[in-house]
Design a protein around this ligand. Structure first.
Ligand code: SGN
Ligand code: CA
Length: 545
């Protein structure tokens, strides 16, 4: 197989510069693989049955694990949406591609991997959520959601820059667009690189009406750390604003109608001041027909809330919010899984499965009640780790699990090598091809690097960078604090005990600090850069003080 890949590499490098070679390769019938990159927004690995069978069956996504490889230790370099997407596209850490957070502009002079695919003769397309810029480079056809996008009757921006409104449910529509392109626009004489990018299951977690009904009747197991009181941790965990009980909105998130909250003003803490959010994401978006499907479930939630909420203990309230959260979040995922199934079936039925590398991942992890939280941002496992499943028939041994530490930073170089295209010199990841092809001896990564910036901002997760190995996680929180945390991952898998100050770990701290310094140097990150970004934040008025 390695030989074939080398051959592909040789041919494709030649393809970049030589039209004659294009003809020759056609004659030689060398088939470069198609790449189908499927990414959902905020899909926690805990909510994929191939990773955890306790929350929801995802038989279609699981097919990729059965027929390919599941990565148990895949992670992001910065657990937030647009930065993750910029890392994936450029193969560079956020401090180099400029997209350190959801606000900072992406440096559009950066080379992205779709540009390299397009140059090498691939047909490229993108459907769904990108979350920054409305004109992705190197993408022949696209229909992307503006910004975060909507679940119901969403708008899309097309390749001409026009805004098009499409009636229906976002997850279904994004799939329809993908299948329509594969059926009608695909040029079968060329390989394709398709990015199929779901908005679901991002907040505010609106499932399609039938799934809303189905999932609102379910009860889910409560995570062990739901009632975390953040002892033995530093300031960051204590001050983050993403606790289900304290920071989740009753209407916007838990779907209690605003009118009900108004009636109950005396018993509800005033955290539901989200302006017109309910109207913008639901009330003003649904047709009368859709509303009639949602109404009975909203009525049932309202009745339950009115009767029971005032009588509940704090613990019961937390569990109520958790169940409502899981019902909607997992209802959204159920649609994602169905639709992934539609696309996989299409590949099968049209003879495309064999020569297509299919990747399923998420732009970051997500807390599903662990530590009492929703959202992400922290380097703690649920937010740092991502699902990653890759199927590539005849290359990857089916039903294999890979435990090596890999990152979204590695995707660009992996896809490029699979297609035999030379990566840009300054890409910072490593191709996963040795792991996919069973050549583990060519892989020797001992640690990965993480850096989160978006603070002060929504959810108030402090700035931090970290080094992560298979056994330990050393984290430095900075900016308006200077605190270190160390987790012994083998003994403390839930990351509940910061052992940084425990003398038994002083040698470990020393070694990890030296690793961290080396990684910051290797990836060209530095305190000078940290300060530069803080200065820009201040100048742009994003930070007060
Ligand atoms: C929105 C959400 C946040 C979420 C960010 C970033 N709030 O602002 O809860 O952390 O997106 O998410 S909402 O009230 O607008 O729903 S990201 O995945 O796009 O980075
Ligand atoms: Ca996201």
């Amino acid at each position: 197989m390695r030989k074939e890949i080398l051959l592909l590499t040789f041919l494709s490098v030649a393809l970049l510069s030589c039209e004659e070679c294009v003809q020759n390769s056609k004659k030689a019938n060398v088939k470069r693989p198609n790449i189908l990159f499927i990414m959902s927004d905020d899909h926690a690995y805990q909510a994929i049955s191939a990773y955890n069978d306790g929350l929801i069956p995802t038989p279609n996504i699981d097919r990729l694990a059965k027929e390919g490889m599941l990565f148990s230790n895949a992670s992001v370099t910065n657990s937030i949406c647009a930065p993750s997407r910029a890392v994936i596209l450029t193969g560079k850490h956020t401090h180099l591609n400029g997209k350190i957070d959801n606000f900072m502009p992406f440096d559009t002079t950066q080379v992205t991997f779709p540009q390299l695919f397009q140059k090498a003769g691939y047909q490229t397309a993108m459907f769904g959520k990108l979350h920054f810029g409305n004109k992705p480079k190197g993408v022949g056809t696209f229909m992307i959601l503006p910004g975060q996008g909507r679940y119901l009757d969403p708008d899309f921006i097309d390749t001409n820059g026009d805004t098009v409104n499409i009636k229906g449910y976002a997850t279904d529509i994004i799939t329809d667009l993908t299948l329509d392109w594969l059926t009608k626009k695909r040029d079968s004489s060329k390989p394709f690189m398709m990015m199929y990018l779901h908005k679901a299951p991002h907040r505010p977690w609106w499932p399609r009406a039938d799934k809303f009904k189905e999932f609102s009747k379910k009860t889910f197991p409560v995570p062990e750390t739901l009632f975390d009181s953040y002892e033995n941790r530093g300031t960051a965990a204590k001050t983050a604003k993403m606790n289900l009980l304290q920071h989740m909105y009753y209407s916007y998130d838990s779907k209690v109608r605003p009118s009900v909250l108004k009636e109950m003003e005396e018993v509800i803490p005033k955290i539901d001041k989200l302006g017109t959010a309910w109207e913008d994401t639901f009330d003003n978006r649904v047709s009368d027909e859709q509303r009639s499907l949602y109404d009975p479930i909203l009525d049932a939630i309202a009745a339950d809330f009115k009767t029971n909420w005032p009588k509940m203990t704090a613990k019961e309230k937390m569990i109520w919010k958790y169940q409502r959260y899981m019902q909607d979040y997992l209802g959204c995922i159920s649609s994602v899984d169905d639709n992934v199934g539609r696309v996989l079936d299409y590949l099968d039925e049209n003879g495309l499965a064999e020569n297509t590398m299919v990747v399923y991942t998420s732009d970051q992890g997500f807390f599903l009640g662990e530590h009492g939280w929703f959202d992400k941002r922290f380097v703690y496992n649920e937010s740092f780790k991502i699902p990653l499943l890759i199927r590539w028939p005849n290359v990857i041994t089916p039903n294999t699990t890979e435990n090596e530490m890999v990152q979204n930073l590695d995707f660009a170089q992996t896809f490029l090598e699979a297609a035999g295209i030379t990566a840009a010199d300054d890409m910072q990841g490593e191709s996963l091809i040795p792991l996919l092809t069973g050549k583990k001896e060519q892989w020797n990564r001992e640690a990965v690097y993480y850096h989160y910036y978006e603070y002060p901002a929504e959810h108030m997760v402090m700035r931090h960078y970290a080094v992560i190995t298979q056994n330990y996680k050393l984290v430095h929180f900075y900016y308006d604090t200077d605190e270190w945390e160390l987790y012994d991952l083998k003994k403390d898998s839930h990351e509940m005990n910061n052992v940084y100050d425990n003398p038994a770990y002083s040698e470990t701290v020393k070694k990890l600090k030296s690793k961290l310094r080396a990684l910051r140097k290797k990836y060209k990150d530095s305190t000078a850069l940290d300060n530069r970004f803080i200065k820009i934040y201040r100048e742009e008025g994003l930070i007060n003080g």
